[in-house]
Design a protein around this ligand. Structure first.
Ligand code: ZN
Ligand code: ZN
Ligand code: FE
Length: 762
């Protein structure tokens, strides 16, 4: 057969993950001649061979790709014959620069091979920045594309001869590993404590370990920002750390020495272990088996655990006796995680024992990501280090759209071709520093991804700072209802075009009727939605204040059920109320003063949490519903409370029966489980009603309330039992961090960007 030359273009996440050496090895193995080069729009391979050989090559590339690589597409084109005598990696051909961009890899946890090298390679003995094409920092150090060393914060470091040899050697694992470095030429750590400074790594590690073992707190510069570290087994140390951070009552994450040690402290199932040990290394919320220092978990029966992901973490565990270290982002509450060395010193030098820093800049800030697993499915709560800026691949064009997201737990999202590129976790925009971070990141993404927006999508709420930012861009602006965006986000990541039934439960979002929504049953698609049913409206006396003071919503519910008679209820919550304050709240409701109407699911959970006296005033976002769920602590029951259905879903009955149970001294865990079951039942019943009306059988679940493990587990199972096809979030959080993806998808449809209207897109 006549031999041909084939041009093969591979797109996806194929840069910065060791892809060309991998292609080289496959070609060599199959005895194929040709070459491979990197361009801004993909990896290009030219190969001589017959169709069977090419097919085998493509199969192997697909099936054996490096762990962190994501192959989106492999295009093969037959071309006229060019003679190649061997296979080579060739220099990038700059004539082919196009508008398209390759993906930027997220940061990757240090690999096993590098950990071994760290003990045997002479120039890298205990080198805390060891990395290779399969591992190391990526997104946090990149300033510009293409991903070359000069475009990263490694640029001030000149490679020594040894490193440069490895960098140039195709057969080496460090071939074109941009952050390649060693003890002679790379960045190094230093230890700062008052006026004391230590540069010697061994001494530094010993001193740090001694401080930690003695109960001290250390600020440690990590991959995407500073973290505060102390002995998680020492209550005084943890209390002191909390103090230096002005930390609310939020649980703290814990870095464990090893998965086997971690398993002594927490229950770990298979999907949780896969998450914990993946190269993304998120913090994973696990059920506690054996307690650490009491204030680590702040009264919760769970622990946010993660495993070492930087070489330094491993080196530190070699020195210290502690098996578990508190590992929490160093920031002032509400502000973004600290990345600047000067700021860390300024903020912490006198408050904690020491700062461990290094002399390479973190360019893109990235918090540790946060995940949990339910029904065997990994789910994200915070999508940042290890995940951003990986795109969510959509089956339709979203190019040129900027979606500015929600206001709390903000992320933004840019559309490039059919990819939705979500930012790392930004935070609460009401904080001035966070708003700066938001604006700075948008301009960086524009540069990094060669993105110039032609339209902006934002929330329907005119006062969100993300909406204000959108307005200021002087571009066509599309306002998208909050819960429609939630529904669309879940559709988009599951590649559904609709129509779907959307069950959207969250804390707050402005509805089209001017009320606050959040317990919503929709049907619809990207372009539109119909609101079939919702939780009954309840006044929220004090407006925004209710999120911090769940007792207000509890009073509102009790008042709606019992009228003023509720003052006579013999339950601890009512008995502990301040009568004057409560009277005042009631008069606000009566006079409709600062008491917006809300159908929020989050607020109902708040109210029940308060009525049960679990959490009446919350010290961090969503504390009341989180503690309400935690109270169930593995209790199992199929019982539930009554509720009434009609145009709206009315929980007066539910609240009344809960109060009856409290009066009967029924255990809190039973009441909480019954309440959760009630919400599951409401969801399933309402979905069935909508299915009867519309014939739609696909259900998407979204909104922050679905971070409730009990709720999502039971709702998904029960819906499936009723024959529904159920779709949930895996790629983006179900909370407001996923909103920007939904906004992007809806905007793309509204702008009538070309799309194929199949049931399943893609
Ligand atoms: Zn490595
Ligand atoms: Zn070197
Ligand atoms: Fe929301």
């Amino acid at each position: 057969m006549q031999r041909k030359t084939y041009n093969i273009r591979i797109t996806g996440l194929v840069q910065g993950v060791g892809f060309r050496p991998f292609v080289y090895r496959i070609a060599k193995k199959l005895n194929l001649c040709g070459n491979v080069d990197n361009r801004n729009d993909g990896v290009f391979v030219k190969l001589n061979g017959n169709p069977e050989e090419i097919e085998e090559f493509v199969n192997q590339v697909r099936n054996l790709a490096p762990e962190a690589a994501v192959i989106e597409k492999i295009d093969v084109k037959e071309n006229s014959f060019v003679n190649f005598n061997d296979f080579r990696i060739v220099k990038s051909d700059n004539n082919h620069i196009t508008d398209e961009i390759t993906e930027i890899s997220p940061d990757i946890a240090v690999c096993e091979a590098c950990l071994e090298d760290m003990k045997i390679q002479k120039h890298r003995i205990n080198y805390p920045f060891i990395n290779c094409t399969n591992c190391g920092p990526r997104f946090t150090i990149i300033k510009e594309l293409p991903y070359d060393r000069k475009n990263t914060t490694m640029s001030p470091f000149d490679m020594c001869d040894k490193c440069s040899q490895e960098y140039k050697d195709v057969a080496d694992r460090r071939f074109h590993a941009q952050p390649v470095a060693c003890n002679h030429c790379g960045p190094h750590y230093s230890f700062v404590s008052g006026n004391k400074k230590i540069e010697d790594l061994n001494l530094l590690l010993e001193t740090a370990s001694a401080l930690i073992e003695a109960g001290g707190t250390i600020a440690l510069k990590g991959m995407g920002g500073y973290t505060l570290v102390c002995d998680a087994g020492n209550e005084n140390a943890v209390a002191k750390l909390r103090n230096s951070k002005h930390r609310d009552g939020k649980p703290l994450a814990v870095l464990f020495r090893h998965i086997n040690i971690l398993k002594k402290y927490a229950y770990v199932n298979r999907s949780e272990e896969a998450l914990l040990t993946s190269w993304r290394r998120p913090i994973v919320i696990l059920k506690t088996k054996k307690s650490l220092a009491k204030s680590v978990s702040a009264g919760f029966s769970t622990v946010g655990a993660l495993l070492p992901y930087m070489p330094f973490h491993y080196l530190l565990f070699e020195k210290t006796k502690c098996d578990a270290l508190v590992f929490t982002s160093a920031n002032i509450a509400g502000e973004p995680i600290i990345i600047e060395n000067e700021k860390a010193v300024e903020l912490f030098n006198n408050k904690i024992e020491a700062i461990i820093t290094y002399n390479r800049e973190i360019y893109n800030r990235a918090d540790d990501s946060l995940a949990f697993a339910v029904n065997g499915i990994p789910r994200l709560i915070r999508r940042s280090r290890g995940y951003a800026p990986s795109p969510v691949r959509l089956g339709f064009d979203v190019d040129g759209i900027l979606a500015t997201g929600a206001e709390l737990v903000n992320t933004f999202c840019i559309g490039r071709t059919s990819q939705a590129i979500l930012s790392q976790h930004i935070g609460d925009l009401k904080n001035a520093e966070t708003l700066d971070f938001f604006e700075e990141s948008i301009s960086r993404y524009k540069k990094l991804f060669k993105f110039s927006p032609k339209a902006v999508a934002c929330d329907f709420h005119p006062d969100y700072l993300s909406t204000q930012y959108a307005r200021e861009q002087n571009l066509p602006t599309l306002k998208i209802q909050h819960h429609h965006a939630h529904m669309a986000a879940c559709m988009a990541e599951n590649r559904l075009a609709g129509p779907v039934i959307g069950i959207i439960f969250d804390g707050t979002g402005l509805g089209t009727d001017g009320n606050i929504w959040g317990g919503e049953f929709f049907s619809g698609d990207f372009s539109n939605f119909k609101r079939h049913s919702h939780f009954d409206y309840i006044p929220l006396p004090g407006g925004d204040k209710v999120t911090k003071e769940p007792w207000r919503t509890a009073v509102s519910y009790l008042y709606s059920v019992f009228g003023k008679e509720f003052f006579n209820l013999k339950i601890p919550f009512v008995e502990n109320l301040n009568p004057e304050k409560t009277e005042f709240i009631i008069s606000m409701i009566d006079k409709k003063v600062n008491s917006p109407l809300s159908s929020s699911a989050g607020r109902l959970f708040d109210a029940v949490s308060a009525i049960l006296n679990i959490c009446t005033v919350s010290s961090f976002h969503a504390e009341a519903p989180m503690r309400l769920e935690d109270a169930i602590s593995n209790f199992e029951t199929t019982e539930y409370y009554n509720f009434s259905t009609g145009k709206t879903l009315d929980f007066k009955c539910t609240v009344k029966e809960i109060v009856d149970d409290i009066k009967k001294n029924i255990e809190t865990r039973i009441i909480s489980a019954k309440f959760h079951n009630t919400i599951v039942r409401v969801s399933v019943n309402t979905a069935i009603t909508i299915r009867k009306e519309t014939g739609i059988n696909k259900v998407v679940l979204s909104g922050g309330t679905f971070q409730n493990g009990y709720l999502c587990k039971a709702t998904e199972q029960k819906l499936k039992q009723e024959g529904f096809e159920v779709f949930v979030h895996q790629k983006v959080p179900s909370n407001d961090a996923g909103i920007s993806l939904g906004q992007l998808a809806v905007a793309a449809y509204r702008l009538n960007v070309k799309n194929d209207n199949n049931d399943e897109i893609g």
